[in-house]
Design a protein around this ligand. Sequence first.
Ligand code: SDX
Length: 429
Amino acid sequence: MSDKIKLIIEGTEYELPVIEGTEGEKAIDISKLRDLTGYITLDIGYKNTGATKSAITFLDGETGILHYRGYPIEQLAEKSNFLEVAYLLIYGELPTAEQFAKFENGIRRRTLVNEDMRKIFDGFPVNAHPMGVMAALASSLATFYPNAVDPRKDRDATDLRIYRLLAKMPTIAAWAYKNSHGHPLNYPKNKYNYCQNFLYMMYALPTEEYEPDPVVVDALDKLLILHADHEQNCSTSTIRLVGSSKVSLYSSISAAISSLWGPLHGGANQEVIEMLEQIKQDGGDVTKYLAKAKDKNDDFRLMGFGHRVYKNFDPRAKIIKVACDNVLNKLGINDPVLEIAKKLEEAALSDEYFVERKLYPNVDFYSGIIYRAIGIPVNMFTVMFALGRLPGWIAQWLEMRIEDQPIGRPRQIYTGATKRDYAPMETRK
Ligand code: SDX
């Protein structure tokens, strides 16, 4: 492979370097293009543009491959646990027993949030969407812990912020849920592991004993692993851009949460269940909804289908689909919505419109069915995605800051009015 390409613009020949990644991906480095040629490139939605090099996650959309720091997602989902995967993504290697103990203990001991935060909770309307609460409270952490640090200079202080976020976001999420139900808040208990603690804070009631079901704990841990990172998706690109101004990690995470909330991104898991419920209410006729999804005059989309990068099966969807059957069988749940999802998937995968556009089920298509089976309410589905994606956002922010990347500032092509003079109001028509 040549390490440069030639570009001819208005008769002049230019050479631009080509870089190749460890998995054979190739890019034309255009960082000097404007200086050389006066031209910039335009790629609305960045469908063909790399914003960074990264050593964190590799995915191949054509073959449906997903690796976290080189480890296949299938192996991590089967053999690892969420906090170990979080360590791997953030620090680059699987932890030794000693490293994991320090990491896990650093998180376990910081699950409480400042009591003044409860006053913020009290200010939200009872029907506040928990993603709005999460984004606001993540940002408020920057006021409770105001000193932003330079990750290149102070790794201990940076680790402390990482522990705080991983520790406190589940507490904030569970409190958002409890607050919306008018239930008393549950405080975390150090006797529980990460997922047990979250389920305890979500579901324990003062009126009865509660112990987290191991089947539910295992399903939640697997779902968090599967959501932990996904290279330069919308919310990760958001945290890199916001973080490049050197604002604190807490404020950067808040921006990522807001981005994930969108229905085209992490908000899709909530939309999938609402769509499946609508199909069920409407008699379960999946062909009618496939037709709606294909009708350009209908803005209905098959939520949970299609992906910017995966033009083959999303490997996470395959794992979640199997886990779905396992969890529902173990819990003895017969969810008719699962059967509708399978019918919809089968019909779409044999429909020319979807086949031609390489639209396959993505991570959001089945995840909502498991969340529902383990008792997570629909408006908390995207919160679960955010809790899973937290280590990935942190890892990507850390990589960008440690490499001391410049502030992100894209260019544009101006298409507005050319120069004109101010006209007094009385002369305007
Ligand atoms: C996530 O980037 C990531 O990595 C994201 C994520 C992560 O882990 O961070 O994987 C998580 O966000 C998964 C995606 C969740 N979103 C949804 O399920 C919403 C439904 N899907 C779509 O809206 C859409 O597929 C996107 C947004 C996911 C991708 O959109 P693209 O890449 O911009 O593709 P497109 O909108 O240009 O669609 C190409 C064609 C169009 O038709 P034509 O104009 O060619 O005729 O496919 C059609 C679209 O109309 N199409 C769909 C469709 N998705 C695309 N038609 C019907 N139903 C759909 N779901």
